[in-house]
Write a protein that binds this ligand. Structure first.
Ligand SMILES: Cc1cc2nc3c(=O)[nH]c(=O)nc-3n(C[C@H](O)[C@H](O)[C@H](O)COP(=O)(O)O)c2cc1C
Length: 209
């Protein structure tokens, strides 16, 4: 059962006290056990309306050098899923080897889950903040959104898939040439639990300088 919207605390205003430290066993437990789910296991309801806006606002609380906010969010839920799918279908419609079955599949692309947030990396030229840092900030937003949604009681998955790497699809979805898709964060209610997957062997990746 998702938490109510009122469970999301207000964020501090500029210069108000914030938390440099905040012990939270629950956060550690969430980090230790969180899993993504396949889209076929994300059902309605997904967070929507004010609730989704609030989750995105939380997700955007990421390190952001220069306070640029080098990202933006496009919510694709409800009827918009069909419209966005139609846009993608138009992109591939006449591609070589594309048949009616593929066209139909692509038309239903965003119907695979009840809601999707397209996180757009939108770097701005800045003499002090390299583009790389701005792109990393967009990745942090994607993961923060997954964490926030999970803590609220929803499941999700951070995917890119072909539309993120097809210039025509990016343009058709409204991206400017300098923008990239950091991720499609799909959200919904889990229809089943999750089992652990194989994890990278972190110990072999830790060294001490
Ligand atoms: C930037 C990014 C893009 C991804 N794109 C895809 C994708 O297109 N298709 C896919 O099957 N998984 C993709 N994944 C992996 C999924 O998020 C995957 O389900 C996840 O890594 C499972 O791990 P988790 O349960 O710890 O979240 C992507 C991951 C990242 C970080």
């Amino acid at each position: 059962m998702p938490l109510p919207l009122s469970a999301i605390p207000a964020q501090p205003h500029d210069n108000e006290p914030a938390n440099a430290v905040r012990e939270s066993a629950e956060t550690l437990a969430l980090l230790a056990r969180r899993r993504s789910l396949k889209l076929m296991h994300l059902a309605a309801p997904a967070p929507g309306g004010e609730e989704l806006d609030a989750l995105i606002t939380l997700a955007a609380r990421v390190p952001d050098h220069g306070k640029i906010g080098p990202w933006r969010f496009v919510i694709i839920d409800g009827d918009a899923r069909g419209r966005a799918g139609a846009v993608l279908e138009k992109v591939i419609h006449s591609d070589e080897g594309v048949d009616d079955a593929r066209r139909e599949f692509i038309r239903g692309w965003f119907d695979r889950a009840p809601a999707c947030v397209m996180v757009v990396s939108s770097p701005r030229p800045n003499p002090k903040v390299p583009e790389w840092e701005q792109i990393l900030s967009a990745g942090a937003v994607c993961f923060n959104l997954l964490l926030a949604a999970h803590a609220m009681g929803y499941a999700g998955s951070w995917l890119t898939e072909w539309p993120a790497f097809d210039e025509r699809a990016r343009g058709a979805l409204g991206l400017a040439p300098e923008e990239r898709i950091a991720g499609f964060v799909y959200l919904g209610t889990p229809t089943q639990g999750a089992a652990e997957r194989v994890r990278a062997d972190v110990s072999s990746r830790i060294s001490r300088f």
